[in-house]
Each structure stands twice: as structure tokens, then as C-alpha cells.
Design a protein around this ligand. Structure first.
Ligand SMILES: [Zn+2]
Length: 603
């Protein structure tokens, strides 16, 4: 049983910096993909000739909540047009994917699993009653085809079987039917058991495998939480067991794993694919809702406030396939690529660098984050993430004002026509916590709110610290924010057309060519914090909301062998080459070129 239930876009409205970020997203690629990208614009899902598999459902999975959170009528109409077209093609027996009957056995039904998740998201946003019946028919047909052996799980569908459970859990609430439980069992039986892959995760192979594929793993972390109720098993916290091993052998400072695009070991110069970041965020949102365990929410914050904005351009028209924590340039490699299995442009900012999955899939990141701010259960409401927004639910209104994570003051204006219990999740790193100006004795905050109006103010401190990383490197951290030495750069625009896909400003590719030094080490622990306030672009490169000055000196770091635009994994020397001076570090999400994992200089 879920400890917390999620709210929908009908109940949560973004405000403050979260609203600004979602508006940028709507004006950028997510909000315009259906106009500029053939695989969404002319997809077979809506009767066109282009891709009829994962790209439209991936994009809609984020575009739909974005449209409803912003109450943007035009975007809502576009979403409806796509959903209408998809529903109109549903066949007599329930099959919904754009593939011929004779092709069903060779169609990888990962896309079917994904469209059921997307349709569930559409129902939650729109309340469109056609969806329940359509989903019932899709999954009943899926059950029959799988049971009769007419189709089988293979490739992605085999490794992502649990994605079907978003829709299955939704249907279970609405319909009785033994077949729902039977379908759940067939999926688990035919699906891959990741316990068998654990040994493989301990040695990066530099070969492509479903079992070490970073996006599969990011999705898989939620598998037990979403499936165990229907399967009738006990919850055993397998997610934590898997996460720990993945982190030990492939962990990144931004709470993900190296995967370019399969696991690549512990290194600040291997990348992580963007799809993995947004899928891991979604997994952690659901893991927090299922378990109520603070650790999932804290890891989610690190992904959402660092890894996600860092790998998107400020205007959200361009994104990277792979981001690196020590990223001194985003220039195309020649002859060789340093990535495990990705091409030489995977770290460029652009329309579809390396491959187009992230182009469609990144849309879900910020909207689903905004939807996780509050959760509820049993006459209780929890503020799970301190994101500026308004909640309106069953006679309760909560307005949450804050610039968190950039500052640590949070105000709640509550109006309610009935009493309820209000829980505020306080991060474990918060210090000197105050509630309404008084020192709090505990971080377990549960307030009984009476009928009427109540104001609550929370304030705390997040000290600056150096977090130890493998290879004797350190990252400056303050609360959920990581800080990097920003490297200034020149943008080089690349406009061209390849295989019928046009890259034209603002949806073109960019190379980022470094202009400033990056070879630094920390000298001592004297840090000073500057708050600049959140501007129109929350993760601004030119005016970051908060910066930290640290004493640093230059060292001889050197380049990775064969690569002139990538630094070595670890510095060649930590002997100071210059006197210490104050360097202003930026939030990781504001520094597109950056050094994040740095050594301590020799004394
Ligand atoms: Zn991707």
C-alpha cells in the first residue's frame, strides 16, 4: 500500500520559480516538438509515416501534465488532438499500437506498456472518461495475447515490464477482474529479473547490454514499489539494495549512475543519459510516495535541482544526451569517442544529439516534479518537496511561497474548512530549524491544522561542506545544491538537416568551446555564500540565484589520453601552480561547462 497518494494537475498549481521553469519549458522544445520534429509531428500514432513506437508516448507523458499545470488551453487542445487520434485507431480487439496485425509478434510491446502509462497520466489530468474503457480494452487484449502465446515480451518490453503497472494499478481501483492479477504475474514471469544482473554492474563492460542500460536501471528502481501490491508480495526494499550497489560501482555526485549509455564505472568524465535522469526522478517520486522514506525525496532533490537543469539549455530548446560532472567542453570528438557505447556528439547541446529518445522523454522531468510537491493520505497532507505552488484539495487550500533550494525560508498560508494533519518533510541536512520563529526540537514536523486560516513559516540553515568522492576528489555541496567551478565558453551554432530532420535555430545544435581555466583544486575551507535572488530564468548562467566563493589554486590536471577537449579522470598533480584566490562557484545546474569533482591542493 502506498504510504502517500499523489495529487494531480487539477489540485496542484505551480508558482514562483517552478512556474517560471515550466513556462520556459512550454516556450521551448517540449511545447513545440509537435511542430518541429517529424517523429512527433508525422508519427504513425496519429496516422503519419514516421516513428510509431516510443517517441509520441514519451513526449505526451510530459507534455500533458505541462499543459494542465499551466492551464494552457492551446496546449490542452493539442494533447486532446493526439489522444483522440490514438484512441480512434484502437482496434476491435483492444490493440492500440500502430502496427499491422501480422506484425504484432515482432512489435516490441514496450511501446504498448508506455502508452498505457501515458493514457493514465492523461486521465489524471483531464478526467476524460473514455480513457478507463480504452485502457481496459488495451490491457485485456495484451493479457489474452500474452496468455495464448501469440506475443511474448522481448527486448525493451522484457526489461521494462513493470512500466505497465502504472495503468494496472489505476485499473485495479476501477474494475474487478482476476485477469488483472494474472496479467501482472505473466509480466513478471516473462519480464527480466534484475537480481540476475547484479554481478555485471560491478565491472563496466563498455559493451551495450539491456542489463546494464542506464535507462532500464533508472526505471527498474521503482519496479517492486509499483508491482508488489498486485503481485501480492511483501515489500522488501529491493530498490535500496540495487541503488547501493549501482552507486558503489557507478555512482555520480548528482545521485545518478554513469551510463553512456550503459554503466561506465565511477568517474567524473563518463556521462549519464538524460532519459535516465528523468526516469530516475519519476522512480524516486513513486518510491517516496510508496515508502514515505525521506532518503528517496532527498536523492530526488539532487537529481532535480542539479542533473536535470544542467543538461538542458537555459531556454530549454536544446539538451544533451550525456552530461558529465567534470565537463570542460562540449565539442564533437573526432575519430574516437570517450563514451562507452555512445557517439562523438552525445554531449553536445542540440535537438537530438546521439539519439532522439531524450528529445521526447525529457518533457516529463519538471512537470512530474511539480506534481510531487504535496501528497496525501488518511486526513493527512505532506509537503514532500518545498517547491513554490498552490494546493487546492477537498476544502483545503495551501499556498507555499519559497525560493528553496536557493534559499531556506518556506511560508505556508493555509485555509481549510475542516481540521487535518499537516506534515512538513524536513531534509536531514537542515540545521537550526525554526518554526514560526522558534527553535524546533525535532525535524519530524506534524502540525494539527484547525478549521480557518493558519500561517506557518519554516526556516533552516544548510551549511557548505565538501562531499568526498572516489579518487580523493571533493564536491562543494550546500543542502541539495552541488557547486561547480564554472568554465566560460563561446557557443558555436550548428544548423543542418540530416535524414529529413532539420536543425534550425532555435532547435539547432550547439558546441560549447571553453574560454576560461578549469584546472583548479580546493585550498582550505573558508567559504562565503552570496544570495542573488531568483530571476526570470531560475537556473540562470549569467545570474545564478546563489553562489559560493572558495579559496582555490591552479594545478596541473592534464587531459584524458587521446582527447584534447576532455580532462583526465583524476588530476596528474595536486601541487599548487598559483597562490590561492577566491573563485566564485555556481550551482551545478547553472554551469553548463564546469568542474565539479576537484582535489584538495597540497599544503
Ligand atoms: Zn534518451
Amino acid at each position: 500500500m502506498n504510504k502517500w497518494k499523489l495529487f494531480t494537475a487539477k489540485e496542484i498549481r505551480p508558482a514562483g520559480w517552478m512556474l517560471k521553469q515550466l513556462e520556459i519549458q512550454a516556450k521551448g522544445l517540449s511545447g513545440n516538438l509537435y511542430k518541429v520534429w517529424p517523429d512527433v509531428r508525422d508519427s504513425a500514432w496519429i496516422g503519419g509515416e514516421r516513428e510509431g513506437w516510443e517517441r509520441v508516448p514519451y513526449w505526451l507523458d510530459g507534455f500533458i501534465p505541462l499543459a494542465y499545470l499551466l492551464e494552457d488551453e492551446k496546449m490542452i487542445a493539442v494533447a486532446k488532438r493526439y489522444i483522440d487520434a490514438i484512441l480512434s485507431k484502437q482496434e476491435e480487439d483492444g490493440w492500440i499500437c500502430p502496427c499491422k496485425k501480422s506484425q504484432r509478434a515482432v512489435y516490441d510491446t514496450w511501446a504498448l506498456q508506455l502508452i498505457t502509462k501515458t493514457l493514465t497520466v492523461y486521465y489524471e489530468c483531464s478526467g476524460d472518461e473514455r480513457i478507463s474503457e480504452a485502457l481496459y480494452r488495451v490491457l485485456k487484449n495484451y493479457y489474452e495475447l500474452l496468455k495464448n502465446g501469440e506475443i511474448k515480451l522481448f527486448h525493451w518490453g522484457k526489461f521494462r515490464w513493470f512500466e505497465t503497472f502504472i495503468a494496472l494499478n489505476f485499473l485495479k481501483e476501477k474494475y474487478d477482474g482476476e485477469w488483472l492479477g494474472e496479467l501482472a504475474r505473466i509480466l513478471k514471469e516473462q519480464g527480466y529479473d534484475y537480481n540476475e544482473a547484479v554481478e555485471l554492474w560491478k565491472t563496466p563492460l563498455r559493451v551495450w547490454r539491456y542489463k546494464t542500460h542506464i535507462v532500464n536501471l533508472a526505471m527498474m528502481l521503482k519496479a517492486e514499489a509499483v508491482s508488489c501490491d498486485l503481485l501480492g508480495g511483501e515489500y522488501n526494499d529491493t530498490a535500496e539494495k540495487f541503488r547501493k550497489i549501482l552507486d558503489e560501482y557507478n555512482g555520480t555526485v548528482y545521485e545518478s549512475f554513469t551510463g553512456d549509455e550503459c554503466l561506465s564505472g565511477v568517474s567524473p568524465v563518463q556521462g549519464t543519459e538524460l532519459c535516465a535522469i528523468v526516469e530516475q526522478m519519476y522512480s524516486y517520486e513513486l518510491l517516496f510516495a510508496y515508502t514515505g522514506d525521506n532518503r528517496w525525496a532527498e536523492r530526488l532533490e539532487v537529481l532535480a535541482f542539479n542533473a536535470l537543469p544542467a543538461t538542458l539549455s537555459e531556454d530549454m530548446w536544446a539538451h544533451q544526451y550525456d552530461q558529465l560532472s567534470n565537463q570542460i567542453a562540449c565539442e564533437k570528438f573526432f575519430m574516437k569517442t570517450p563514451f562507452g557505447t555512445n557517439g562523438p556528439s552525445a554531449h553536445l547541446f542540440g535537438l537530438e544529439p546521439n539519439f532522439g529518445c531524450c528529445t521526447a522523454n525529457f518533457s516529463q522531468g519538471f512537470p512530474k516534479l511539480a506534481l510531487s510537491a504535496f501528497m496525501h493520505g488518511d486526513n493527512k497532507i505532506i509537503n514532500a518537496l518545498m517547491l513554490p505552488c498552490r494546493l487546492n484539495y477537498g476544502g483545503v487550500e495551501i499556498e507555499l511561497k519559497t525560493d528553496y533550494p536557493f534559499e531556506n525560508k518556506v511560508q505556508y498560508a493555509i485555509k481549510t474548512d475542516k481540521p487535518f494533519d499537516f506534515i512538513i518533510r524536513i531534509p536531514s541536512f537542515a540545521e537550526n530549524l525554526k518554526i514560526n520563529g522558534k527553535n524546533a526540537e525535532t525535524k519530524d514536523i506534524e502540525l494539527h491544522i484547525e478549521k480557518g486560516e493558519t500561517a506557518v513559516e519554516i526556516e533552516f540553515e544548510t551549511p557548505v561542506c565538501l562531499k568526498e568522492r572516489p579518487n580523493s576528489l571533493y564536491t562543494l555541496k550546500k543542502g541539495s545544491l552541488l557547486f561547480s567551478v564554472p568554465v566560460s565558453y563561446k557557443k558555436k551554432k550548428r544548423e543542418y538537416t540530416r535524414r529529413g530532420v532539420e536543425r534550425k535555430f532555435p532547435y539547432c545544435d550547439y558546441e560549447y568551446i571553453p574560454k576560461s581555466a578549469w584546472n583548479y583544486a580546493f585550498c582550505g575551507g573558508d567559504f562565503s555564500v552570496n544570495y542573488n535572488g531568483v530571476g526570470e530564468i531560475p537556473f540562470s548562467e549569467s545570474k545564478p540565484p546563489v553562489t559560493v566563493k572558495a579559496n582555490m589554486c591552479k594545478i596541473y590536471w592534464g587531459h584524458r589520453r587521446y582527447f584534447k577537449t576532455m580532462c583526465a579522470k583524476i588530476p596528474k598533480s595536486t601541487r599548487p601552480l598559483s597562490a590561492p584566490k577566491k573563485i566564485e562557484l555556481y550551482p551545478y545546474g547553472c554551469a553548463k561547462l564546469r568542474m565539479t569533482e576537484l582535489p584538495l591542493a597540497d599544503k
